[in-house]
Design a binder for this molecule. Sequence first.
Ligand code: PLP
Length: 534
Amino acid sequence: MSRKPASAENGDHLEEAWRPRPDEPAGTTGLLLEEPLIFERSRTGRSGASLPPAGVPEADASTEIPEEYLRGEWQPEDGIPEVSEPEVVRHVTRLSQMNYGVDTGMFPLGSCTMKYNPRVNEATARLPGFTTAHPYLPEERIQGPLALMWNLEQALAEIGGFAAVTLQPAAGAHGELAGVLMMRAYHESVGEQRTKVLVPSSAHGTNPATSAVAGYRVVEIPSGPEGYVLPETVADAMDEEVAGIMITNPNTLGIFERHIAEIAKVVHDRGGLVYCDGANANAILGKVRPGETGVDVMHYNLHKTFSTPHGGGGPGSGPVGVSKKLVPFLPSPVVARSEGRYRLDYDRPRSIGRLKAFYGNFGILVRAYTYIREMGAEGLRRACEGAVLNAVYLREKLRRQENGGWHLPFETDSLHEAVFTDEALKDTGCTTMDVAKRLIDLGFHPPTVYFPLVVSGALMIEPTESETRESIDAFVKAMRRIAHEAQGSPETVRQAPSVSIRRRLNEALAARNPILKWTPDMDEQLASGIQRGK
Ligand SMILES: *Cc1c(COP(=O)(O)O)cnc(C)c1O
């Protein structure tokens, strides 16, 4: 059996792959090269490593290991590409250049807080005392890592106004699950079986999903006309069947839920609990402590607010802070300190149990702790102020007529992000999706689109404090240009992107049936799936 693609023997088309396509305007894609699969580059016998002879007799696995345990017909040379070292380096470097990240340019993805990842975080995360600490070492040998975890828990508890924090969850959504399971454990501990969770219509999709996974029925409640939830709406939906409310603050419109304390009171009066989705904490860091507004449980996204790497399926971290009454239910183990020594406390009879192998994504915890210590309380407050200032500046610029008169669905003051719509383009046939694709041509990662769901054609923009005034002005200029193009030559916008390595794909098809292998007729294949014109 061979897993090598047949074309590996015949590399003709690869030469074509490394040339810019003939239909490209000169100078725009000269170094944007197609990149074949590394398997296609494989040539039998080629190697990037030189290993000394083994020095022991070779063993034959098939005679030593009983047949039923052997992995079928698989042979190492079938699945591992044989390439030289420069080929590997070029391959991964080129793939990285096809990617757009916060290190490449502005990444204004609303709700995601794509802020810069300071390099000092990487230096501390690579300290050998952290990278070589095996999680099963005896406690006396890992006092350093345990101290870091304990101190990070204290810092997050202080920032959010909570009694305790768990660092176990691996992402925001995982933190939500931890939080909702603790809410359920709490109600069970007082002999109650509640069945429903209230979720505002502006919620992040993970909120209703979490409630449903934890076995609750989701009751959607509408936001008020100003974009925030009104206490009377919550009171109308609240009864003794409701375990609690999951509310994002600031919400996904970037608007602060100004009635949060009153809402919490309405929920608490009927025995419910308040879950706050803290993914947008960048907007209130050092300004508001959610625990003091009546919130019982909240997750943080270290990969958003606390500058750790984000996206691409890499490790995230979603610590959860809880008020006093939920402390007994925290995932086990928790880090405990007595007489200056740290240990892992497994003696937690009411805990919801373990949620993650070992103690969370430790490398991410080191980065977030470094960020918090480097910034200090004042620095975190200034980061928050910078994030809000940048978003408000961008919002006020984009709504101006001379910059395209982009339409704001809510006039209410917003904080760290601004939600616009494609309303201003309605006579041009161009949509939010077209704007997003045209931004790619103009060198920007698109913002979040068509979310929150309560806004039709939403463009949700979050510059974060990482951006300078010049980079925000450049983004405004790109948006102004798109608005003008939509009036004068709408097809430019509707056919974008035109200078990226791939044209517009049928996204549903691309997700369900990805074509990963480059062929000379690939563009035609992909173009046949373009949504418009179908
Ligand atoms: C990002 C986000 C989440 C989910 O966090 P993940 O780490 O992606 O699981 C939940 N709520 C809001 C408002 C978010 O922005």
